[in-house]
Ligand binder design. Structure first.
Ligand code: 6R9
Length: 649
């Protein structure tokens, strides 16, 4: 195979025996001498002016400052497009699979992509966008989303993608926070056979936004839209008026590439800032190594570009590596629950990367539908977003991977830019439910939550912090460096605080136990909600479960479980007892749920994360304090949960 950099150890073929020594030696080198290691590996991307200084890092509050390759310059879009033209200009860069299986898929070559990005960049320039300006992208999962991101990168503008499922209010807040000069949207967004009126949402958002951006509109559905002359512009009309070529700007390694808002547990969403050089190195090396990506492979990450997973593993990582990246506009259950597998078969997908929640949902649909498709092209299966319960892991392995495909359970965050703790195929043996070991250059530490003392040796349990910087780390919160330091560097001095709890087992493997604010303390015993959930979903009648704490007069906190049953299963009191006993048997008496509520659905964000804040309030018998539910995929599920709540005072 062709590697992208002579300094990267070539991926080991999955069917070959594991070579743990490769990982151990590479990891050791990365920790012993990070300057040399990253100076070598940063050469996987093209620099305009090569950097002389590898890193300058201060993790100490209140002087936190992080820089990588700071005196180097580059252009991210040239790295993702131009440098591939000579060798693979005619290779597909983006494979677009529309929402409807009846609409033809599109293959966009690197040469096509170059043309589209140049024109788009020139349109942005014509709208007055220059280096450092912010451009908000509120788009469906269509190729223009990637094109717009790369066009911003080409001219040094900073993009902020807002997930198309977000409400006008959420969009307005983000447009204001970053002071957007242009909002890019589409007339409508088809998804699961229905259409969201994106342009309408933008109109409503901008009605009460403080800033007054221009609006650039992609024609996707052709539906009627309300138009504001002077503010609104059709992309296709403007593209016809601009030059075809747009030379890439020379950008500093530490100039911002994008802002991405994360919904934190408190306060307004934070604008996570990623910069150009370090981020691209990180997205690129993790994409190639963790997914064992080889030239010619078809890579599919099912995330939306509105989330960091879409940024790093649909757009930047794959395209920096000259890959073919699949972009899917639809949902896993449209037109039926076989769609993911139909798309894998149709396009000969080699790497498939999705979220545990999707796996569990599809698992509930049975194996017959999977059996209809030829999944023999699959080589690597990935998961991300939440801890994966061994039950789902094993199903993924057995039913989708037929035991042939290494599963990479990748732990990372919006803040980390790319994978931090993850198996590497061919190098690290997996254990169902564990994200296994740190990627090269990553130094996880386990700290005692209350004192911050280092928990040494194995096994260990505590909060997960990272002791030193890595190139893909976020650099600041947009417009609020103090908040960045307060959130991540104040509580456990000298380290980056992830907000997650973890366990490290006898073999040094990491098991993420979930956000530390989701930890329940039952009679002085700390209990990961993920652990109880994992036990519940291991029961054959359970499709999904979410567990929260609630105030308990004797134990401090009790365990409240919301359970979604498999289709056709009767919810009875006898089954409640059966499930409680099951959990008790799986983990121990302290894990036994005190209350089990049948939940026809769970309140999830559109990225599939369960909103525990809401579940905690319902469990606390405080339905009047649910707060903002506008970011939920289906707000109606909350009403049902409230009216059937179990803990009434
Ligand atoms: C990439 C992404 C980050 C939080 C993170 C953690 C959870 C992500 C996980 C995982 C267990 C995994 N998380 N991957 N937990 N195992 N493999 O999801 O970013 O949306 O910022 O979420 O998601 O709790 O702290 P983001």
């Amino acid at each position: 195979m062709e590697t992208l950099s002579s300094t990267v150890p070539g991926p080991v073929i999955s069917s070959q025996p594991l070579d743990r020594a490769v990982y151990d030696a590479t990891y050791k080198a990365s920790i012993d001498d990070p300057d040399t290691f990253w100076a070598d590996h940063a050469r996987r991307i093209d620099w305009i002016v090569p950097f002389k200084t590898v890193r300058s890092v201060n993790f100490h509050y209140p002087d936190v400052a992080i820089e990588w390759f700071a005196d180097g310059t580059l252009n991210v879009s040239a790295n993702c497009i131009d440098r591939h033209l000579a060798e693979r200009g005619d290779q597909t860069a983006i494979l677009f699979e529309p929402d409807s299986p009846d609409e033809a898929a599109q293959a966009i070559t690197y040469r096509d992509l170059h043309g589209r990005v140049c024109r788009f960049a020139n349109v942005l320039k014509a709208l007055g966008v220059t280096r450092g300006d912010r451009v908000v992208l509120y788009l469906p999962m269509i190729p223009e989303a990637a094109v717009a991101m790369l066009a911003c990168a080409r001219i040094g503008a900073i993009h902020s993608v807002v997930f198309a499922g977000f409400s006008p209010d959420a969009l307005a807040n983000r447009v204001d926070d970053c002071g957007a000069k242009v909002v890019v949207t589409a007339d409508g967004a088809p998804r699961g056979g229905r259409v969201t009126n994106l342009k309408d949402n933008v109109n409503r958002a901008l009605n009460h936004a403080a800033v007054d951006p221009q609006v650039l509109v992609v024609k996707r559905t052709g539906q009627q839209v309300a138009w504001y002359e002077g503010r609104d512009h059709w992309l296709h009309e403007m593209e016809a008026t601009v030059p075809a070529d747009c030379p890439p700007e020379e950008i500093g390694a530490e100039d911002p590439l994008f802002i991405l808002y994360t919904s934190g547990s408190t306060g307004k969403p934070k604008g996570v800032v990623h910069t150009s050089g370090g981020y691209l190195v990180w997205a690129s090396i993790t994409h190639e190594t963790v997914f064992d990506y080889r030239q010619g492979d078809v890579f599919w990450c099912t995330a939306d570009v509105g989330w960091v997973t879409g940024h790093s593993y649909i757009v930047y990582g794959p395209l920096a590596n000259g890959a073919t990246t699949l972009m899917f506009e639809g949902v896993p259950t449209y037109p039926d629950a076989g769609r993911f597998w139909a798309v894998c078969e149709k396009h000969g997908v080699n790497q498939f990367y999705t979220a545990p929640t999707a796996i569990r949902a599809l698992m509930g649909q049975g194996e017959e539908i999977v059996a209809k498709y030829d999944l023999s092209s699959l080589r690597i299966l990935g998961t991300v977003g939440e801890p994966i319960n061994p039950e789902a892991w094993n199903w993924y392995d057995r039913v989708i991977g037929t035991g042939r495909c290494p599963i990479v359970d990748t732990w990372w965050q919006t803040e980390t830019g790319g994978h931090l703790i993850t198996p590497i195929p061919g190098q690290i043996e997996t254990k169902p439910g564990s994200a296994t070991l740190p990627f090269y250059g990553v130094r996880p530490v386990v700290l005692e939550p209350s004192t911050g003392a280092l928990v040494e040796g194995n096994p260990a349990e505590g909060v997960l912090c990272i002791a030193d910087s890595w190139p893909g780390q976020m650099r600041t919160v947009w417009g609020d460096h103090q908040r960045f330091m307060d959130t991540y560097f104040q509580q456990y001095p000298g380290t980056y605080f992830t907000g997650d709890g973890c366990r490290r087992d006898e073999d040094g493997y990491y098991w993420i136990t979930g956000r530390v604010d989701d930890v329940i303390n039952v009679s002085g015993h700390r209990m990961g909600t993920a652990e109880v959930e994992s036990a519940l979903v291991a029961h054959e009648k359970v499709a999904e479960a979410a567990v929260v704490g609630f105030p308990h007069p004797i134990k401090g906190q009790g365990i409240y479980a919301y359970v979604t049953l498999m289709q056709g299963v009767e919810p009875t009191d006898a089954l409640r007892k059966e499930l409680s006993d099951f959990v008790r048997a799986e983990i121990g008496p302290i894990a036994k749920p005190d209350l089990i509520q049948w939940a026809p659905g769970l309140p999830k964000t559109r990225s599939g994360k369960i909103m525990r804040r809401i579940l905690r309030k319902i469990a606390e018998d405080a339905p009047g304090e649910l707060g903002d539910t506008s970011t939920l995929a289906d707000p109606a599920v909350v009403d049902d949960l409230v009216s059937h709540r179990m803990n009434r005072g």
